[in-house]
Design a protein around this ligand. Sequence first.
Ligand SMILES: [Zn+2]
Ligand SMILES: [Zn+2]
Length: 363
Amino acid sequence: MRALVSEGPERLALREVATPRPGPEEVLVRVVVALTCATDFKLARRGHPKIPFPLTLGHEFAGVVEAAGPGAPFAPGERVTSAVSGPCGRCDDCRAGRENLCATAFERPLFGAFADFLLVPERIVKNGLRRIPPVLSDEAAALLDPLASVVHALNGVKAVDGGDVLIVGTGPIAAMLFFLLRGKEGGGAGRRVVVAGRRPERLAFFEGINSEVARIDPSSRNPQADAPHPLFTFKENPPSPERIENKRGEGAKFSLIVDTTGDADVISELPALAANGGTVLLFAGMPEGARVSVDAYAVHYREVSITGSFHYTPRDVDAAFALLVEGEIPVSSLVGERRGLAQWREAFDLVERGIAMKVALVP
Ligand SMILES: [Zn+2]
Ligand SMILES: [Zn+2]
């Protein structure tokens, strides 16, 4: 079978490899679509401390069961999608409902969907693999993994039910956050949801789905200045842009701010933009040892919380699946393009140039 293998940093190649055979309680899936994701680009570029090279990329997929090993409760021909982790179910974290933090959940993560076939390990068959109901398209079902992370993030914050929200970053995760916070009808209960980012073509995408956008302008950074320099330009009513003062919280108005960039300079400005009692949620992964300096004044005198969310639990996966079935995510706006697996370069390029949010690779 063919597999898009990352052989080392910046060394990607479509190779012929042996088709795996499912062992006891494992399932072999014939991939129908696999979506591009920033995580794959990151892995291809610099690898991962816990996942050694060589590694076949791709983890957001829909497919059909090709063969089920002895004891696996699936049958050939069933359409499936999956979570990517396999929590043990027995450790302290798992028993406390924090399966996302299980120390062994990523021992055999489900990577390898940019290929003709994908072998699903036993633990993921047990907790992650899901049958796709006929109502869901392959592209929609393939969004299960990223959407479950978004569901997990929003479940963890108390501010979700009211107040304005700032989403920082303009990728597919930001778009899914936007769709869930705004609600299907677009009413959003009078709540203002602003998406902030740098790339004009991505901001144009968000304007196209009727989001208010704010520009992050790195050129306004001034490392010599004593006070933090505002990076964010908000435009309530274009063409008269209003600049939010980024000091001591004057003008700050967001009860929830979600960072999807992992950019330490951007994050350090966020507490000042939070409302009293608001929450800054760090969604994006950052490298080990990363440090962020924050406005301690805002944390103490204005009770701004800084929190994080990582991955998802099996319950989040169920909730995300239900949202997909209910049609809460306009899938075609996120996954508008299909390319053959052999056209992976072109697919990656469409995403990296900001032309597509995600591209579906079709073996
Ligand atoms: Zn992903
Ligand atoms: Zn565990």
